[in-house]
Design a protein around this ligand. Sequence first.
Ligand code: AMP
Length: 553
Amino acid sequence: MSFADLPAPLRAALADRGYAEPTPVQAAVLQPEAAGRDLLVSAQTGSGKTVAYGLALATELLGDSSRLAPPGPPLALIVAPTRELALQVKAELTWLYAPAGGRVVSCVGGMDPVAERRQLAQGAHLVVGTPGRLRDHLERGNLAPASLRAVVLDEADEMLDLGFKEELEAILEETPAERRTLMFSATVPRGIAALAKGYQRDALRIEATTQGEQHGDIEYRAALVAPYELERAVVNVLRLEDPRIAMVFCATRATVARLHGNLSERGFSAVALSGELSQAERNRALQNLRDGRARVCVATDVAARGIDLPDLGLVIHAELPRDPETLLHRSGRTGRAGRKGVSVLLVPHTRRALGERLLAAARVKAAWGPAPSAEAIRARDAERLAEQARALAAEEPAEEDLAVARTLLADPALAAQGAEGLAAALVRVLRAPLPAPEELSEITARPPRREAPAPRAAGGQDGGQEGIWFRMDVGRNGNADPRWLLPFLCRRGHVTRQEIGRIRILGRETQFEVAPYAAARFAAAARRAEGEDAHIRVEPMQPVKGPPRRPRR
Ligand code: AMP
């Protein structure tokens, strides 16, 4: 299916945008079998689904004619979960239907309802809005449903998640029974299936993204980090990838506020998006991202729904998503419209199993590894610098730049350093505004769980692999007790309880065993934390066979 069979004004709009080929979801809704039918479409965000239903509505809106009649009572209604998505849908449908003389009006929570009423009174072909506000306008008689030939529910699963079931049902009840109903949803859980059953007739099921097929333009990575170094790991991922726009997801508003403050303090131009912002504040934040004044957006899941920033090249999950759908939704903010994107899950090593489950349930394959090290970032900085310098050196230098160069070379203090010294000083000048990379504990990606030694068998006794023994200079004399020792060692050494084997409390010291694959990580983390509890020193011992008989002092 191509765009060739579409009515001329729609073809013109698409050509004007440079959209030559339909995306898979567009091809699917344009197939002859779908014409005029109710549709239940699972399509990922970023797949071109807005244009897809825009095109699918052509028959209802235009019929056989190539221009729309002057606007009157609306012909099609589009319901979307959030203000941003509704406004983006309005923008997409406005350009798509502009050559056909289309008028699109939006009705969204948080905007002036009186202005919306006025807009509706002037007539529209398409109305786009959020569930609560649309229902209000319907109930108050501002929005006349009688002429509606089609209703689209966009991101239907999100609307149910946000608790809009009642509003959606009320809207569907109010609209003519013979309308066409198009449902778009990333996933089709039971609630969506029930809604489809209740309000659609003989719907054609379209799966634009075959189950199990990963979004080809998104590269997934999972980085194991120490639980206490999540924020530092965010810094390093941002620094290494250095995208035009990055989105960092947190689970709560409190984390958004803290991380936003932290990143701004380190010199990232960051904005925060969370529920408590006014519409004007949100718009300003998004505008800052679009025009390049800000490059990092820290957001909660709800606040980030539906955001479409084509330049967004990186998604960081600073806190693990609550379910596989959220993982896909968050990641779908990047890799849009054929561009490449990277989605990085920061997984506290204590929650690796959860991270693995989430990725598996979302049918996503990720490359596991450590978070980027400060060293890797410095190396990447050097590469970028060299690339930029080479590119610029290939151009004819401007006279004013040459003048500055001559002044620098003539400066006696600089000239004394030679070319190398001068270049090194300039590198420092260029590097100064960049946020400093963080030194992170080394977290070695341990083998998948089923290959790991059995828990609590870190030592040899029950036939497990031999553990590595460490000692700590607190014993019974210092109230050593496994009840506090175990959490203390986990915290201090960035290991899980399962990775600590036997613990032997002696008079003036405690000896304990760490699973071999975790020993290097434990040693490195314990060394780094040395200053915090100076009276407790953790140091490795020679590996011993079985429990040591007597401590050597
Ligand atoms: P959506 O999935 O509706 O959020 O769309 C994602 C992005 O893809 C939007 O910026 C669209 O304008 C863009 N888009 C839609 N259709 C096409 C197409 N056929 N070719 C290229 N880009 C498209």
